[in-house]
Design a protein around this ligand. Sequence first.
Ligand code: FES
Ligand code: MG
Length: 587
Amino acid sequence: MTQGSRKTRLRSQQWFDNPDNPGMTALYIERYLNYGLTREELQSGKPLIGIAQTGSDLSPCNRHHIELAKRLRAGIEAAGGIPFEFPCHPIQETGKRPTASLDRNLAYLSLVEALYGYPLDGVVLTIGCDKTTPALLMAAATVNIPAVAFSVGPMLNGWHRGKRTGSGTIVWEAREKLAAGEINYDEFMDLAASSAPSVGFCNTMGTASTMNSLAEALGMQLPGSAAIPAPYRERGQMAYATGRRIVEMVHEDLKPSDIMTREAFENAIVVNSALGGSTNAPIHLNAVARHLGVPLDNDAWQRIGHHIPLLVNMQPAGEYLGEDFHHAGGVPAVVAELMKAGLLPHPDAKTVNGRTFGENCRNAENLDGNVIRPVSDPLKSDAGFINLKGNLFDSAIMKTSVISEEFHSRYLANPDDPLAFEGKAVVFDGPEDYHDRIDDPALAIDQHSILVMRGAGPVGYPGAAEVVNMRPPDYLIKKDIHALPCIGDGRQSGTSASPSILNASPEAAVGGGLALLKTGDRIRIDLNKGSADMLVSEKELDARRSALAVAGGYAFPDHQTPWQEIQRAMVGQLAEGMVLKPATAYR
Ligand code: FES
Ligand code: MG
């Protein structure tokens, strides 16, 4: 479509080309001339395209976007736009204390202000590390100007002594080897570092690969964009194509609300199961949906996603890493497999390239059947999440596809009741308490214990810590017991393969049932019924509730920064996306 076919003036012309108010126009425009832009450019009706830059020295996963922005700019200019690159609040998943998820809503807020308050006609969202993707999509949802997402891409595959070492996943494995005395501290560090061989985000199917893939499944990235490794030449070429395309999207007035519809979210839920996607995905997608006014909850994740098989053979659920996924065909090849089996619910959902998701993916070739399995030969069936409920919480999710053989044989082996298990609760109040006490023999943790982490939700921690996947005490690991069932009101890293019950909402800190649990109580989980309960009488629970109220409620640590206090006052629960509640009213 050509420039002339737009019916309305560009948004940026309200700032830079308003003859009715020459005084304001002059004030708006003069300072943007001071580095060499001309009046002719800024008043010519060319779209002004923001590049929301998430890369920085503090954000190494996204740092390569600083280079890639050059190709985005070239694409924008080639299509007749003017690029305006600006920084986003840094979010680094593994480096930020107390947790990077505290910053997702802060990055969201600051980007909303930038997109709303400056003369931008469209924006490229430079996504990558875990929270950068949802933060930027949420802001695009709120402001709803034409927006396209662009991944930085995963790191190259990690290798150590001829074996693939994947981000995060290798740290869990190496930690067990260290605990078992198989490796020393230096060997542990070398093993962990081997998984990070280049620029880019985590090369496993953790939260980053999940969210970048889902940004594509939502229709917000050009097809094939999510999986290209960061250093590959195709990544730079995709940047150029993305830059060109956002200019056209401005002329077409193609907005996030036209693309991220309920149908698009349902497609993304199905793709997430086929990927073996992170348990952080429901939090972030529910958040993006809330900012668009699209209804989405964890019941929908179970109903639409649970029965979908796992097709992508990537760590932590499988063997391969990001480069292999790209060589096999990436997201379009996964979607083509789903479509062949009639499992993609809405092939007609619109995407940023103007075509439908089905049109983009239908003919994509699966180039490696080991890495992307056909639906007829999946890695696991029922790879989506179960949404559990009971007197412990109203909603908590479990990813059943990562349950190991060891776990199955120990906990789910009762032939009369194959999907239920009971155990004795061992309760920890936050990650520090867990680290202090997990190896204490006085807790008498055995293979029938269930580890419970509370005080780790959006208010309790604050921001919700990735700490629910707790390793057993060293004395059990030495006896070859590598996983105990875990429950918690916090989150779990997408790179962990632990069979945990996560994101429990409401959390203990706002009066959820977990606050009433005591070490020694019995807990019953029934995956078939979708229930999770403490086996404690109503009378006893009432007594504990009263005692807790007298004590002033579940105690959590003080705020350490102003933002912690501000967010705690207005944040919602993980099941509802952990959004800033007042922000969802702005559209
Ligand atoms: Fe940044 Fe995994 S830590 S992508
Ligand atoms: Mg993470």
